[in-house]
Design a protein around this ligand. Structure first.
Ligand code: SF4
Ligand code: SF4
Length: 113
């Protein structure tokens, strides 16, 4: 519906009380690096897949925290596991290992769709 030239969009607010964080907490237990990311964006800036697909580990972690697992897996399909992001991360996060742990922990039908 247009009102005076403005379009009313549905709210994108996330009710965190309704988000199931069990798997993200399991990920943090196995990979404490998952909460060490400071969202600086260095990994995305050097990622060869980012330019054409928008791949970003920073965004993947945010999506997982917010229960948007399908979106996170859709984005991670573009990762080539080249390891460039690991070399530039100022927090020393082994991002490649983190991605593999995410795939293992979220390895079920829901996450892969
Ligand atoms: S490992 Fe994946 S996320 Fe990291 S730089 Fe390579 S393609 Fe990008
Ligand atoms: S480079 Fe490291 S700290 Fe920066 S956004 Fe990527 S994973 Fe997070």
């Amino acid at each position: 519906m247009n009102v005076f030239g403005f379009k009313i969009s549905p709210s994108s607010a996330i009710d965190m009380d309704k988000v199931d964080r069990a798997r993200f907490e399991e990920l943090c237990r196995v990979e404490p690096d998952a909460v060490r990311c400071m969202a600086c964006g260095s990994c995305s800036a050097t990622c060869p897949a980012s330019a054409f697909s928008g791949m970003s580990i920073r965004k993947v972690l945010l999506m997982l925290q917010r229960g948007k697992e399908k979106d996170a897996f859709r984005m991670m399909r573009n990762c080539m596991l080249c390891g460039k992001c690991t070399m530039v991360c100022p927090r020393g996060i082994n991002t490649r290992h983190l991605i593999l742990s995410i795939c293992r922990i979220y390895d079920d039908k829901e996450g892969k769709q």
